[in-house]
Design a protein around this ligand. Sequence first.
Ligand code: GLN
Length: 495
Amino acid sequence: MNIANSQEEGELRLYQLTSHEAHELLWKREISALELTEAVLGRIAQVEEQIHAFVTVTEDLALMQAREADERIRAGDASPLVGIPTMIKDNICTKGIATTCSSRMLENFVPPYDATVMQRLNRERAVIVGKGNMDEFAMGSSNEHSAFFPTRNPWDRERVPGGSSGGPAVAVATDEVIYALGSDTGGSIRQPAGFCNVVGLKPTYGRVSRYGLVAFASSLDQIGPLTKDVTDCALVMNAIACYDPRDSTSVPQPTPDYTKSLIPELKGLRLGIPKEYFVRGMEAGVEQVIWDAIAKLEQLGAEVEETSLPHTRYALAAYYIIAPSEASANLARYDGVKYGFSASDAESMWDAMDKTRQYGFGPEVKRRIILGTYALSAGYYDAYYLKAQKVRTLIRREFEQAFERFDALVTPTSPTVPFKLGEKVEDPLQMYLSDVCTLPINIAGIPGLSIPAGFSDGLPVGMQILGKPFSEETLIRIGFAYEQATDWHKRRPPL
Ligand code: GLN
């Protein structure tokens, strides 16, 4: 990279760097963390009005952290993320910085502690530029359920960025930050990554600590990176993946060095293509992009074979019992007493709780709470929740069997390109269907990576790569090899 030349041409765009590129320049002292952070803040000032990715911009904090990072670099700190600006989804607790979950309920909530992932990033001296917009409490696929404002897709601002991590995906796609952290309960990292042309990884359940992640559906939630390329994905995973005794579902397993998987060839890898993921209603343009990408993987040395996962068709129904059930229990804590919004016009304690929840939650959150409360109620528990858990076991077993034959499975991330704002928001079922390819992965607890695979009608298409539990290294290897052979990930929206 010739920064000097670019400077002469007046084209130095530090905000366009990836983490690994920025790290190299920081380490060689060709740039400072302060310059990088100022460039990123300038970019936010330039484009944020058009896309609305941030709930909060922490400019002063970022500048202070950048100065500290520069001191650390001068003292010889070579951590890969030192001094690199990032956005954190607004459901990850950040000490002293509002964490709203894009909900009226938590609009003024300032956590007294950091999530484990934040402690990890702070230890690396990352620069926190702000908090990312999302669907309220991570319930949604379009960011239209944010209580504040919808984030817009930078490829076409009349379209949705996906959700619920829409803010983080858009901020990375538009170079407002170098990378971001999101959360994924049923596709919330991968689907917006696919819709915005960035890389998104949902790690294995238990790989990254959920401590400090505001709970939506605890048996499905997982934090993961959104990045400009697969190398950055590996670097962020190195920083955030760890065993954490404060999360009882965190798995006590050492974290590998994910950068060791950045190998640009796929010889001997067996890839399965499950036909059920090419669902009815899938757009022909999306299907074409995915088959072209699969052909590319074959050229790179992978052995490709079609396969079948017949229980896939039950995953959506099982998810929409399990996730709302867990949500209804998790969100019971918002009663106006302990934290968050509290209705002041109440006549009694019960009235206060009623009104707090009535005013504090938006319609989609209420829909999920009602659905979940119903599914868990006496008399219906066996018919719904228990049945869904049994289906979950079948789906998990089916994946286990597939991974006896295949190193990974390849599917589309979503059946369509980004849809129009307003197109599905009045029709919850249509909205839920947009996650049909991503939900089964959370149900099974396995890792899933979405990478840019091409365009249909000028809009991005994501390819999803799935592996058995704790096979993030394989996914990173496949994603990296594909990325080395293509340049889709380098395309940026015209803003
Ligand atoms: N879109 C899915 C839902 O609404 C998944 C959301 C998520 O992964 N947080 O539940």
